[in-house]
Design a protein around this ligand. Structure first.
Ligand code: KIV
Length: 271
C-alpha cells in the first residue's frame, strides 16, 4: 500500500505526519539558487543548507570555518528558489555554542535575513538549553547526533560513531532529550543501523539518517556527493546517481577544444 500523499508545501508538521503514516522523508543539501530550483522541482521534501557548504562550496577541509554570514547568503539564495520544500539551515560552528542567547540571536538572523523555515544544530544534552530558548521564539529546530562534524577535532576521525555501549546509551538518551525539548526531527549521522532503528522506534519525531541504515524515517545525502561532483569522497553509505565531475570536465574540454579550433561559434551562433 502506498504511503505517499501529494503535498503542495512541506512543513514541520507534514514531516511528522509522514513518519506517522510510514512515508519516508527525502532530504538533500542545497547551497544555491539554481540547484535548489531543480531539487524542489524534483519534489525533494527537505532541503538542508548544510554547513557542509564549508567543504563543497568553499573548499575548506572541515565545516568549522564557514561563518554565519556565509550560511545566510547560501540560505537566502536557496529560499528564493523553493516553492515546495521545507528549508532547514545549519547553525555554523561558533554561532551557538557560547550560550543560549547567542544561539537564539544566530537562529533569529537566519530566519529574518534568509527567511528560512527552520534551523539545525549539532549536539545533545550540551545544547538542550539553547534549543529550548530558540523554540521560545517560534523557530523550529532539527537536532543532529552521532557523527557531528563540528566536533571533528574532539573525535579525531570521521569513523562510525556509537559502536560501543556507552556512546550508544548516551545517543539514545540525547535523542529522547531533544524530542522532549521540542525538536521536530533529528539527523543521525554515521552510526550502526541497528542503533539508528532503535532510536527511530523510541521517539515520535522523524529520524533522518545519513549512513544510519534503512530503519529510520528518512534519508539525507550531501548533494555534491550523490551527484558525483566530488570524486574523492566515497564512504560505504554513499550512492552516486551521476558522475558530474567527469561529465562537466568532458563538456568543458570539448568547449575549450571548440574555441581553440574556431569551431565555436559557428555561423548559426552569431549575429
Ligand atoms: O552539513 C551537512 O551537510 C549535514 C548533513 C551531513 C546532514 O549536516
Amino acid at each position: 500500500m502506498s504511503t505517499y500523499k501529494e503535498v503542495k508545501k512541506i512543513t514541520t508538521h507534514i514531516v511528522q505526519e509522514m513518519k506517522l503514516r510510514g512515508e519516508k522523508i527525502s532530504m538533500l543539501t542545497a547551497y544555491d539558487y539554481s540547484m535548489a530550483r531543480i531539487f524542489d522541482d524534483a519534489k525533494i521534501d527537505i532541503l538542508l543548507v548544510g554547513d557542509s557548504a564549508s567543504n563543497v562550496m568553499h573548499g575548506y577541509e572541515t565545516t568549522l570555518p564557514i561563518t554565519l554570514d556565509h550560511m545566510i547568503a547560501h540560505a537566502a539564495s536557496v529560499i528564493r528558489a523553493v516553492k515546495r520544500a521545507l528549508v532547514v539551515v545549519d547553525l555554523p560552528f561558533g554561532s551557538y555554542q557560547g550560550n543560549s542567547k547567542e544561539a537564539l540571536n544566530s537562529a533569529i538572523r537566519i530566519m529574518k535575513e534568509a527567511e528560512a523555515h527552520a534551523i539545525k544544530l549539532e549536539g545533545g544534552e550540551e545544547v538542550v538549553e539553547s534549543i529550548k530558548r530558540i523554540l521560545t521564539a517560534g523557530i523550529p529546530v532539527m537536532g543532529h547526533l552521532g557523527l557531528t562534524p563540528q566536533s571533528i577535532y574532539k573525535f579525531g576521525t570521521y569513523e562510525v560513531r556509537a559502536k560501543e555501549e556507552e556512546e550508544a546509551t548516551k545517543l539514545m538518551h540525547d535523542a529522547r532529550l531533544l524530542e522532549e525539548a521540542g525538536c521536530f526531527a533529528i539527523v543521525l549521522e554515521k552510526i550502526p543501523s541497528s542503533l539508528a532503528t532503535r532510536v527511530a522506534q523510541s521517539v515520535k519525531i522523524p529520524i533522518i539518517g545519513i549512513g544510519a541504515g534503512s530503519g529510520v524515517d528518512g534519508q539525507v545525502l550531501v548533494s555534491h556527493d550523490m551527484l558525483g561532483i566530488n570524486k574523492e569522497f566515497s564512504p560505504k553509505f554513499l550512492r552516486r546517481y551521476l558522475s558530474l565531475y567527469d561529465e562537466i570536465k568532458d563538456a568543458v574540454e570539448r568547449y575549450v577544444s571548440d574555441v581553440k579550433s574556431v569551431d565555436f561559434p559557428n555561423e548559426k551562433e552569431q549575429y
